[in-house]
Design a protein around this ligand. Structure first.
Ligand SMILES: NC(=O)c1ccc[n+]([C@@H]2O[C@H](COP(=O)([O-])OP(=O)(O)OC[C@H]3O[C@@H](n4cnc5c(N)ncnc54)[C@H](O)[C@@H]3O)[C@@H](O)[C@H]2O)c1
Length: 313
């Protein structure tokens, strides 16, 4: 029982990855606020039943949970999600920012509304919840109450590697990795850690909502024996990060899926060109940069190589 006595919020926990996270956190002893607006994959509509079903499932297994149907996009609503934990279970230890939607489109076709809607749920929604949770943890710390707070943001390879067709979602997800690092740096002194995960899983978001990725996701499944994209593969990492055992894990980003956890390294320099004195001549700078770039040190991972490494022993 890694999380005995701890209280968690998982946003967007009515379906997919968040649902598995809520179930495993509860199985490990956490009391869970199962937040979910219950909308469709593009963020339209609402339905209380997904969150309620997860709560019923947790309770049926002997755990403790409460449903919450707020939208994370609402700053005041996010405060009510935090208050729901405090009112129901007396405290908050863990925030898993997981809620998400998609509105895929190439940049030249994307509407302002498609951009805003996706940024609102992922980036603003995660800020909203973290903002209220961190204010609470800081206040509690001042009163001598160390709660070992955890913020776990849900990033994505769409942001870390860059995926065409997602010029709204990708930047939001890249920002969530950065936000985890910043939250960690700001909140370390209050005993709070911030980390991010980039999951790989088959959910309605990756199959129903984005048919273009369906083939990609179906590949390893054809092997039969091991379902690499079962969303249940994500929750163990989140459960451990949420535990007091992970108190020394700060500002890390992990890709996770199919039984594999990758330790990620963010932006860092892999070469330099230098000139002292007067500013570079632009053409001369270009010549030197071409030499440096040709070394290949800036080559990026792509999803194809990620899937290949997943299948390798
Ligand atoms: N599935 C993958 O392979 C994958 C890859 C990278 C990142 N992710 C991220 O994982 C997270 C979970 O996605 P999923 O694949 O399980 O998709 P999903 O659609 O199954 O689950 C997302 C949940 O978030 C809820 N939600 C949406 N907007 C909300 C709001 N405003 N307030 C509260 N709840 C809201 C939805 O109702 C839904 O139940 C998302 O942040 C997604 O971007 C998923």
């Amino acid at each position: 029982m890694l999380l005995d006595g701890r209280v968690a919020i998982v946003t967007g926990a009515g379906r997919g990855i968040g649902r598995e996270e809520a179930l495993l956190l509860a199985k490990n002893g956490a009391k869970v606020v199962v937040n979910d607006l219950g909308g469709s994959f593009d963020g339209t509509g609402s339905d209380d039943s997904p969150a309620q079903q997860v709560v019923d499932e947790i309770k049926a297994a002997g755990g403790e949970a409460v449903a919450n149907f707020e939208s994370v996009t609402d700053f005041a609503g996010a405060k009510r999600i935090v208050e729901c934990a405090l009112d129901s279970f007396g405290k908050l230890n863990i925030l898993v920012n997981n809620a998400g939607i998609l509105r895929d489109r190439m940049i030249f076709n994307m509407s302002e509304d498609e951009w805003d809607a996706v940024l609102n749920v992922h980036l603003k929604g995660s800020f909203n919840c973290a903002r209220h949770a961190c204010e609470y943890w800081r206040e509690q710390h001042k009163q001598g109450n160390l709660l070992n707070g955890r913020v776990i943001n849900t990033s994505s390879d769409a942001g870390l590697l860059g995926s065409p067709g997602q010029p709204n979602y990708g930047p939001a997800k890249a920002a969530l990795a950065t936000m985890a690092i910043i939250v960690d740096r700001e909140m370390q002194k209050y005993g709070v850690t911030g980390n991010a995960i980039a999951p790989l899983a088959r959910t309605r978001m990756t199959v129903d909502a984005t048919p273009q990725t369906a083939g990609l996701m179906a590949g390893p499944e054809e092997e039969g024996a091991h379902d690499y994209f079962d969303p249940g593969h994500i929750a163990p990492l989140v459960t451990w990060l949420a535990s007091e055992d992970a108190a020394d894990v700060h500002g890390e980003v992990f890709r996770v899926g199919g039984g594999c956890v990758w330790l990620m390294q963010g932006w860092h320099s892999v070469g330099t060109v230098k000139k002292k004195g007067a500013p570079w001549d632009a053409a001369e700078l270009g010549e030197q940069l071409k030499v440096e770039l040709a070394k290949g040190n800036t080559a990026k991972e792509d999803l194809g190589s990620v899937f290949k490494s997943l299948k390798q022993d």
